[in-house]
Each structure stands twice: as structure tokens, then as C-alpha cells.
Design a protein around this ligand. Sequence first.
Ligand SMILES: Cc1cc2nc3c(=O)[nH]c(=O)nc-3n(C[C@H](O)[C@H](O)[C@H](O)COP(=O)(O)OP(=O)(O)OC[C@H]3O[C@@H](n4cnc5c(N)ncnc54)[C@H](O)[C@@H]3O)c2cc1C
Length: 472
Amino acid sequence: MRVTTTDGRQVDLEQGALDGLRTRIRGQVLLPGDAGYEESRTVWNAMIDRRPAFVVRCLGTADVIAGVRFAREHGILLCIKGGGHNIAGLATADGALMLDLSPMRGVWLDPRERVAHAQGGCLLGDVDRETQVHGLAAVLGFVSATGVAGLTLGGGFGYLTRRWGWTSDNVVGMDVVTADGRLVRASCEENPDLFWGLRGGGGNFGVVTGIDYALFRVGPEVVGGIVAWPASEAPGVLEMYRTLAEAAPPELTLVALLRLAPPAPWLPQEMHGKPIVAVLACHSGRPENGEKAVAPIKAFGKPVGDVLVRRPYTQIQALLDATQPKGRRYYWKSEYLPGIEPALCEKVIAHGATIPSPHSAVILFQIGGALNHRSPEHSAVGNRDARYLFNVTGSWEQPSDDAANVAWVRSAWNDMKSFSTGGAYINFQTADEGPERIVAALGGALERLGKIKAKWDPENVFRTNRNIEPTR
Ligand SMILES: Cc1cc2nc3c(=O)[nH]c(=O)nc-3n(C[C@H](O)[C@H](O)[C@H](O)COP(=O)(O)OP(=O)(O)OC[C@H]3O[C@@H](n4cnc5c(N)ncnc54)[C@H](O)[C@@H]3O)c2cc1C
């Protein structure tokens, strides 16, 4: 079998070596043509089409250790798949040994200590489902099929961020298989340098087999959902969004977006495919407070659809899932923002009016709050001045439409990026974003991260990510 080495050469791997690996794996070793190989090798973004030489579907930490040691022994390029949601397709690489953690989706809870232990292949929905049994929640993201590991290693934000910070701010500890195939603990007490780097510095330092999240009392019922108006109302709606967001309590998170109306049952049929402006909201506190907080949104103008209501927290956490299926073509560009200026709203409206695909959107996320209150040195994630984020999300079906959709995203981004804090979210970066964008994402943390890399992965075994070179 042909494999790619860490230095990019193509070499043959003997059948005997692969047979030996099989005896050391409790999960599966999948080759091209095997049932399950396609599912493992493909990722959420169909623009990414890579073929690992083989896949180790890990059933536990021992499989991860065996896989890392095997890759090291034979000098094979290693890639790691969590939820497979990274837009740049960082989970997969041609000719590599892929460690696919998707069978590792166990969640254990200590409700008294308010900590959840999630295995490294968990999706966000796995954690929400188990924590909500106890009326608790971890700080996670907006789409339930996203992997916890990739999200957390890059920072992570969602509806609870304004109360408790980045997802990575709320990690108590991680279990990590290092480049030399050892299992170590990373926490404030054990290997604090590694722990610092893992919280934002990506999967550069090892394979995370488990994450312990601090939990908070949320739900089971919250006020959340979406209200939509015709796009002609966008100037007023975005001004209302801007004003409400600035005054919002930490429990309330508001997202504004422009797109073409999806064929959703909560929108009248005559609106389907027409341009809309919408506000997505979640108030994670007491529902009666939530209802008061979102009343101005519901009362604004003449909405064409309104499903901003009391609902289970797990439901709001999955509300956007249907809009983000695996297998479409995606291209995004985003920037952190210090605030929302009226001039930015004008540009959002202008680019919303030229959307070339029924699945694309221009989105303003409110973040800020608790994440702004920690020291910039707290962990690698940084960007403590970010209060909002814009994301221009291109999403379409046919390869023949690639050029038009990518051009639309890039033109909107180019026109709006002067509003940026100068920082960019590492987890939203596409495959064509180069080293200067890693600097935009990690800025001042890079020097320290290079030293942590030199200590924990001096030979750069974990390189198929937003890579940080070891610096000595
Ligand atoms: C539809 C959608 C919605 C999103 N919503 C949000 C959101 O609300 N908030 C937010 O912050 N982000 C969001 N993201 C971005 C998301 O955080 C990143 O795409 C993230 O990389 C996804 O993690 P994953 O495990 O699914 O990805 P993968 O593609 O599996 O992995 C991403 C990177 O992490 C590495 N990795 C994965 N698992 C491990 C592991 N166990 N150990 C070590 N390295 C590992 C991979 O090697 C790769 O480099 C969203 C993405 C999508 C596609």
C-alpha cells in the first residue's frame, strides 16, 4: 500500500505491518473499498476530497495510542478526525493514517461536581443530551453535529459564551495522547503549559481522547428561536439588532442574518426563496426573563415568521442543524468585530442582496461578555477584545457553481474586513487561508505555542492542522 510520509514522500507500506496493526486495534482498520471507509474519509465540506491511505476507527484510548505509535514507527503522515466539521478539512489528508475518533462518543457526568467528561469523538449534541438530564449544560456551539474536540481546541463559542466565556475557558482538564504515544493529563495542576496551548492552539500537541467540561445550570426550558422579516426591512431590523445587542444581559445572545428564505414550515410558502433578514435569539436564563428580553424583537415591524418561543434547550442547540448538512460545498470568510457600526450594517445589507445561492448567508454573531473579562494571557485562544463576529457563509451544491459562490464570499469579506478587530477565528478559516491568518487568529500566543510545540511534539507529528512549527 502507498502511504504519504511526514515529509511528503510516497512510500510502500508492507502488508505485514498493516496486519500487525490490526492485531493491536480493538476498533477497525479500514482500507479504500471497505464498508465505512467513505464515511470516515469524507468530511462535512464537500469541497474537500482527500483519501487517507487507511483509517483506524478508534474504540478507545488504547487504539489511539496504537495508531500514533504505528504512524511514528513507519513515518506515516497522521491526521485526526473528531466531528469532521472543519471547513478547511483539517481532519483528512491524502495518503495519511487517519485516526477517526467518531466511535468514541461516551459522556459521563458528575452532577455534584458539575463536570462532564466527553470522549474525544463526541458531537456537541451528545454532550447536551446527557448534561440536560441533570438540567446542566456546557458552553458549546450552535450546530449539534459539530465535534467537541475541534471546536474546543480552537476556542469555541455559542449561546452561553456571553455568560461564561469561550468553550475552552470552561475546560477543567483534557486527556491527551502525545506524539510519543503516552497518555497524559493536561489541567491547571498537571502539565499546565500543555493545557494552556490546547485551549485555542488547535490539535497541535496531541490527540485529545477526553475533555472535562465545567457545567452550568441551564434549561431544561429556555426562550429561543428565530424571527424573520422581508429583506426590505433590513435597515430597521439591523438597527434594532444593534441597539438590543448592546444593551443585552449576558443571558441573551443575538444573531442577525440575511439570506434567501428556506422552504421551512414556519415561513409562508410565498416567501420561500425570497430575501429575508432574521434575528436568532437565545435567552439561557429563566424563561419569564427571556420572554421580556425578546419582546422587542417579536414586536418589531411585521415579521413573516416567528418561532421565538419557550422550548427545550436541546432544541435550540439543534435549531440550525438542517441548514448545515454534510456533503454540500462550503466556503466561509469571517472576522472578529469590536462592535457593530451602522456602516457595517449597510454593507451586510448590500452583500445580502447579491447572494448567489439559496443556502448562503451573511451572519453577525454576538459573542463578547464573559470572554472579554479574562486576561489575554489566560490561554492560547486570546481575542479577548472580540464582541461580535461576522461570517459570510457560502453554501451550494454543484462544483460548476464554485467560482461564483467563492467570488461572492471573498468580495463581501474584502469589503467588510476593515471593521475587524484584526483578529480572526481559527475554526472558521478555509483551506486557502495562509500563515498570516494563523497570526490573525493566535497573534501574541504564537511564540509561546511554538515553544510548547517544541516540548510536546518536536518532530511535528501533529501537522495536518493549523500548524505551529516547533521553535527552540
Ligand atoms: C455547521 C458548522 C457550525 C459550526 N458552529 C460553530 C459554533 O457555533 N461555534 C464555534 O466555535 N465553532 C463552530 N463551528 C466551527 C467548528 O468549531 C470547527 O469547524 C471545528 O474544527 C470542528 O471540530 P470537529 O471536531 O467537528 O472537526 P474535525 O474536522 O474533525 O477536526 C478539526 C481539527 O481538530 C482536530 N481534531 C479533531 N478532533 C481531535 C482530537 N480528538 N484530538 C486532537 N485533534 C483533534 C483535527 O485534526 C482538525 O485539525 C462550526 C462549524 C460548522 C461546519
